[in-house]
Design a protein around this ligand. Structure first.
Ligand code: ZN
Ligand code: ZN
Length: 333
């Protein structure tokens, strides 16, 4: 089968033929229906993920149909549509036992220690699988592990209350445009921040307010007390994100577009304003299931910038990096 393979650290990727995967006892093999491109891929290609084994198949977001089921796998059968968590938990440690498998002691990451999903078929550990019901589209499902379900968990961690105001930076991006929708689905008033008027009209379909520009905190504070900021950008926006927050506010930091940049935090500011900073990256099965339910109810609509084939992966990353695009870039192998 064809796959996008990373041969070594900072060695780029190649599209090549590799053997079809065979399910082990605790695994399934899926036919990949959709995978998704992500900024994390670019950081992995730049060598920022120290746990990557090489060669490794790139890609960590997937939905597919089960083709092979290992003999110890319970609750899944051939033909089931499934998504995978971003990682494989062991299912046995103290965190797994209380449903906090994101903190599993021996978790393995797809596109890190395990092969990822930019391939015609993929092998997935049973502990990573979440079933997708018929009322959720493949586009809605593929967004759950790294986008909508990840955001859902972040708002759970930030204890979002109905009626609170949430500001989202990078509002037109693959994460931002869906973060707005998840926050709305959970009862928040939502402000989207973007850099250009062209993108603002699409964001207005989902957000209650849109602010255009990089200095957004003064305008945001005039709209309402900002209780939560979901910062999907990183060092270019964190200063304004912190300035936007009202007392008791929570900053959910997801974006890290340039990991070489360091941000200097003034402690007095976060102390005197009772601010919480929440670094956030993934979702658990519970988050994925609850987000699939919201998606099936039509509360989250996938916004797809483009769907490419495996052999168009270069073009896919061009679209991902294009600041004019709105939404996620998907792969249909
Ligand atoms: Zn991702
Ligand atoms: Zn565990």
């Amino acid at each position: 089968m064809r796959a996008v393979v990373v041969p070594g650290k900072q060695k780029g990727y190649v599209i090549q033929e590799i053997p079809d995967p065979i399910a082990g006892k605790d695994e399934v093999v899926i036919k990949v229906e959709r995978a998704a491109l992500c900024y994390r891929d670019l950081l992995q290609l730049q060598g920022y993920y120290p746990r990557m084994k090489y060669p490794v198949v790139l890609g960590h977001e997937v939905v597919g149909t089960i083709e092979q089921v290992g003999e110890n796998v319970k609750g899944f059968k051939e033909g089931d549509r499934v998504i995978s968590l971003l990682y494989a938990p062991d299912g046995t440690c103290k965190y797994c036992q209380i449903g906090e498998e994101a903190y599993c002691h021996s978790r393995l990451g797809y596109s890190e220690e395990l092969d990822g999903f930019f391939a015609e078929k993929s092998k997935i550990k049973a502990t990573s699988l979440v079933k997708v019901n018929g009322n959720v589209t493949v586009e809605g499902a593929v967004l759950v592990p790294c986008v909508t379900g990840m955001i859902y968990r972040s708002l759970r961690r930030a204890k979002l209350q109905k009626g609170e105001t949430v500001l989202v930076t990078g509002a037109s991006g693959g994460v931002g445009i869906h973060a707005i929708q998840v926050a709305k689905a959970l009862g928040a008033k939502v402000i989207g921040v973007t850099t250009s008027e062209e993108k603002a009209s699409t964001i207005r379909k989902f957000a209650d307010y849109v602010i255009v520009g990089s200095k957004f905190s003064d305008e945001a504070k005039k709209i309402d007390d900002i209780n939560i900021v979901i910062d999907t950008v990183g060092t270019p926006t964190i200063e304004e994100s912190l300035k936007s927050l009202w007392m008791g506010g929570r900053l959910i930091q997801i974006g890290n577009v340039d990991p070489s940049q360091i941000y200097q935090l003034r402690l007095g500011y976060v102390i005197l304003k009772d601010i919480e900073i929440i670094g956030h990256a993934s979702a658990t099965k519970r988050d994925a299931e609850e987000t699939l339910k919201l998606t099936g109810e039509g509360k989250i609509s996938p916004v797809i910038a483009s769907t490419i084939r495996l052999d168009e992966i270069d073009k896919g990353y061009e679209i991902l990096k294009d600041k004019r695009k709105i939404g996620k870039v998907l792969v249909k192998p």
